[in-house]
Design a protein around this ligand. Structure first.
Ligand code: BDP
Length: 598
């Protein structure tokens, strides 16, 4: 799916700003044929929860309404006019001038619709009925229930089956863009690279609709010099290429033009980097060299905005990670904004791209993590359809990004209980066919489904582990934690001697400002010790290819007695102030090279 940009043939118009907002009153439903009656406002993009402030909005479960007016300039009305939502979390029905236009479920990916038949010259009205409900058929997975009160009104309850707050709303940009009636609908970038001779055969495959004779492709380098020309059917050979490297990005531009009778009818420019990715034995090769992942699992989470896009945070977060010596992160636990992916392409950050498959464990709870056991997850959940859609939409959106080096199909699923293998196999088989660049696919293993219980790891190209020895397990007993971690790693390596292992989560809740000498949980000192013992074991294992800690920064969660205004495992606070561990890790990571460490 193409990102909306302005070119000689295309325009983009923002619908961001303050919209009208209302909670749905189910007794007297909103009538979309008339303007929304409300005095409430809501900023878009942004989650509605913290903007709404009081409990009735913040904790609302059910439907909400957004509405605003817009005008499309008369000069554009003969173009193809498309209304695009970058993310409506989690489910939306969109109306223009009271007429239904499009429905989409899945709160972290874009969707769009042509609206020519619904709009007029002058003022128009866009209305969104949005639901924040998630259940056992959706991704992410939520525990949903409903009852009726004495007056017969539906009372909805929702408890996340995961450890982040269910921020919802029009979380990303809303735009109208125009294209000619004959237009480029998608572009897929693939290449064969000759690393020894720094040459590449690059295929820019375009899909288009309408009446055209030919698709012309021009490849430009960063100095805007033409380095290759051809069309969309055949590969274009490039010589003396500059590779996209971690933290040292280089982006080419593919200029794609639809030609009719010798004239250009549509033009789109897609930036792309050239790099190779391969899992070979216990190594993860980028451009043929063994890469070592240093970084974190993150969240899209900021004050007031909630999960709403915050580009200043994105820029700062990458700068903070660079400061720390990090080179990578995982989009835990859902696809991040397209702007973040584009930024990572530019900055050279290496991304493990995760779909919203989280909470796929019956009865998940952070209150009893070490005491949980796999149950009948795969007969309770009915997520296959949503999961395939999520992988399809994620890969369709992110397939061309050089920053994406691996897909994560699930976080901490039940990989031990009955039916796990069959479910995993079908998702892996389905997903692998979708990636034109054939990147590795993996899932992130839950400590509950340890090496002696997990039955799915053979399907994963890399062993991604979330491990909490010294936190949920062996709390305040670092000697045992270290020993158990060492045993765990050895056991995984013995079971899969030819697969690389990396950590995608390890961490300890830490309230900034607390200190103690004697290994007291929640103190900054404890968090530092925790990272020290984990790092010591990592360095003993030559098959260990990366450390992504949990979490980059403190973040909001549902309320619970194990969460103090959110999850405090950040090595930075929610406001991005470093805890002591951030400095300790900085010392460590600046001394670990990106390549050839293992
Ligand atoms: C894992 C989850 C992550 C949690 C983390 C924790 O993958 O989302 O936030 O542990 O408990 O269960 O902090």
């Amino acid at each position: 799916m193409l990102y909306p940009i302005t070119t000689q043939t295309r325009t983009v118009q923002s619908l961001n700003g303050v919209w009208k907002f209302a909670l749905e009153n189910e007794a007297t439903p909103n009538d979309v044929s008339t303007p929304l009656e409300t005095k409430k406002s809501m900023s878009v993009p942004g989650s509605f929860n913290d903007q709404g402030v009081t409990r009735d909005i913040r904790m609302h479960v059910g439907y909400v309404w957004y509405e605003r007016e817009f005008v499309v300039a008369d000069s554009l009305l003969n173009e193809r006019v498309v209304l695009r939502f970058d993310a409506a979390t989690h489910e939306a029905d969109v109306y223009v001038n009271g007429q239904f236009v499009v429905h989409h479920k899945g709160g972290f990916v874009p969707f769009e619709a042509e609206i020519n038949e619904f709009i007029n010259s002058g003022r128009n009205r866009v209305t969104v009925k949005l639901s924040n409900m998630i259940d056992y058929t959706s991704l992410p997975v939520g525990n949903y229930s409903e009852t009726k009160d004495d007056e017969g009104n539906i009372v909805r309850k929702l408890s996340e089956n995961f450890d982040f707050f269910n921020y919802a709303g029009l979380n990303r940009y809303v735009r109208i863009y125009t294209t000619p009636k004959t237009y480029i609908s998608d572009i897929t970038v693939t290449y064969d690279v000759d690393l020894d001779n720094l040459a590449a055969d690059v295929k820019i495959a375009a899909e288009a609709e309408g009446d055209y004779d030919e698709v012309k492709v021009t490849i430009l380098d960063e100095a805007d010099q033409v380095v290759g020309e051809g069309n969309s059917d055949a590969a274009i050979s490039l010589k003396d290429i500059t590779l996209w490297q971690p933290l040292n990005a280089y982006l080419y531009k593919a200029k794609v033009e639809l030609i009719k009778d010798g004239a250009v009818v549509d033009v789109y420019e897609e930036d792309f980097g050239i790099r190779t990715v391969e899992v070979k034995g216990t190594q993860f090769l980028i451009n043929g060299k063994p890469f070592y992942f240093k970084g974190a699992g993150k969240h899209e989470d900021s004050f007031i905005n909630g999960r709403g896009i915050n580009e200043a945070y994105n820029v700062a977060d990458l700068n903070i990670m660079r400061w720390m010596g990090a080179n990578s992160f995982r989009t835990s636990h859902y696809p991040y904004s397209e702007e973040m992916m584009r930024l990572c392409d530019r900055e050279g950050f290496v991304v493990i791209d995760e779909c919203a498959a989280v909470g796929m464990f019956e009865g998940f709870s952070v209150d009893s993590a070490s005491g949980m056991a796999a149950k009948s997850t795969w007969s309770v959940l009915d997520t296959k359809e949503a999961h395939e859609q999520a992988m399809y939409e994620l890969i369709k959106r992110d397939k061309n990004h050089a920053c994406v080096v691996m897909w994560s199909v699930m976080n901490e699923p039940d990989s031990a209980g009955p039916g796990s293998y069959e479910y995993f196999k079908s998702i892996f088989d389905y997903s692998r066919k979708l990636d034109p660049q054939n990147r590795p696919f993996a899932y992130v293993n839950f400590q509950i489904c340890g090496v002696d219980k997990d039955v799915c790891m053979e399907l994963s190209d890399v062993i991604l582990l979330n491990r909490y020895f010294g936190w949920y397990w062996d709390t305040a007993d670092f000697a045992s934690a270290e020993a158990h971690l060492r045993e765990d790693m050895a056991a995984w390596h013995a079971k899969f001697p030819d697969k690389p292992i990396m950590f995608c989560e390890y961490g300890a809740d830490t309230v900034a400002g607390l200190h103690a000498i004697a290994d007291i949980p929640f103190t900054e000192d404890y968090q530092v010790e925790y990272y020290k013992i984990n790092s010591k074991v990592f360095d003993e294992c030559d098959y260990f290819i990366g450390e992504q800690l949990w979490n980059f920064a403190d973040f909001e969660t549902k309320t619970g007695i194990n969460r103090v205004q959110g999850n405090k495992k950040g090595v930075f606070t929610r406001g991005r102030d470093p805890k002591a561990a951030a400095r300790w890790l900085r010392e460590r990571w600046l001394n670990i090279p990106d390549f050839d460490y293992k």
